[in-house]
Design a protein around this ligand. Structure first.
Ligand SMILES: C[S@@+](CC[C@H](N)C(=O)[O-])C[C@H]1O[C@@H](n2cnc3c(N)ncnc32)[C@H](O)[C@@H]1O
Length: 287
């Protein structure tokens, strides 16, 4: 007789509410990280989310496996970035070209590196919408689901001239970062500031890609503020980067605040940054 599924994981792992309703120390360790145990004993309930992208009139399909943990779910900040790319693709292309490494993006695809991609939705959508060449990254155990999602959208990507590669990048791991290289026009991430033990490795990663590059490069980060302690991350970040808010969503799902999109740029004199004034006032107009 088969063993009935255990229900000890039956707590709220809804990305919209999880971190709003419980303090971190109250969250069982099995969902604080995507534990090997949770991958073995959990029923593998899969959810499919369709994103219809108006700008290219195509739908991308994303598989979530919530029982496997936080890396296998869609997070609110991801939706914000996808929406921004979709509704303002012309402006985004112009703005990213302006901050690109060599000013050559009229002649080649924009090259994007995404950190902590989870399901891969943001990278896949960006590649399809912008015809960009995107590397989506995360911890090794997250990559098979991400690759599944990339493969599931291969035709759409091909149709729109986008390309997505999947690679392991554990924040702060010099070997991983060297292997990935510094050949990107822009770095991005959504909902990557949450556990405080990850602040330092994430900052090390940003320093590697933003400060040690010979060319200008910025980090676009969509973030839903959940805890006061997150101000420690921003305080540390501001020692090395100019941090600017480019866009604020309206609060939703009972939150007091909405998702914000930040730009981090290395503190260098004369470094061009994304300009939200002028014609492309994209980032303050999305609700
Ligand atoms: C809250 S999820 C957000 C996922 C995705 N960006 C989204 O918005 O849907 C945070 C992501 O960061 C990844 N992550 C956590 N620690 C990491 C580390 N040390 N190195 C690389 N990625 C990490 C997790 O695996 C997870 O996919």
């Amino acid at each position: 007789m088969s063993t009935p599924p255990t229900h000890h994981h039956r707590i709220d792992i809804n990305p919209f509410t999880l971190f709003q309703t419980v303090a971190l120390q109250d969250v069982p360790s099995e969902i604080q990280e995507d534990s090997a145990e949770s991958q073995q004993v959990q029923p593998q309930e899969e959810l499919q989310q369709n994103y219809h992208l108006l700008s290219i009139n195509s739908t991308i399909v994303i598989r979530q496996v919530p029982s496997q943990g936080i890396s296998f779910q869609l997070w609110p900040a991801a939706t914000t970035l996808v929406t921004l790319f979709d509704l303002h693709h012309h402006c985004i292309t112009t703005l990213l070209s302006a901050v690109s490494n060599d000013g050559e993006t009229q002649h080649r695809p924009i090259r994007i590196l995404e950190l902590g991609s989870g399901t891969g939705v943001v990278g896949i959508a960006a590649a399809a919408i912008l015809g960009a060449s995107v590397t989506v990254t995360d911890l090794p155990h997250v990559l098979p689901n991400m690759q599944f999602n990339v493969d599931a959208n291969a035709e759409t990507l091909k149709l729109h001239g986008g390309a997505v590669e999947v690679a392991a990048l554990s924040w702060g791991d010099t070997q991983n970062m060297e292997a990935i290289g510094r050949v990107y026009d822009v770095i991005m991430g959504s909902d990557v500031v949450y556990h405080d033990h990850l602040y330092e490795p994430l900052l090390e990663t940003l320093k590697f890609f933003l400060l040690k590059s010979e060319t200008k490069i910025v980090f676009l980060m969509a973030h839903l503020k959940r805890w006061k302690k997150e101000s420690a991350f921003f305080k540390k970040a501001k020692k090395f980067f100019d941090v600017e808010i480019l866009h604020n969503d309206e609060p939703s799902n009972g939150s007091r605040v909405g998702v914000a999109v930040y730009q981090f740029a290395g503190k260098f004199p004369s470094r061009p940054i994304i300009n939200t004034t002028g014609d492309c006032k994209i980032l303050s107009t999305i609700a």
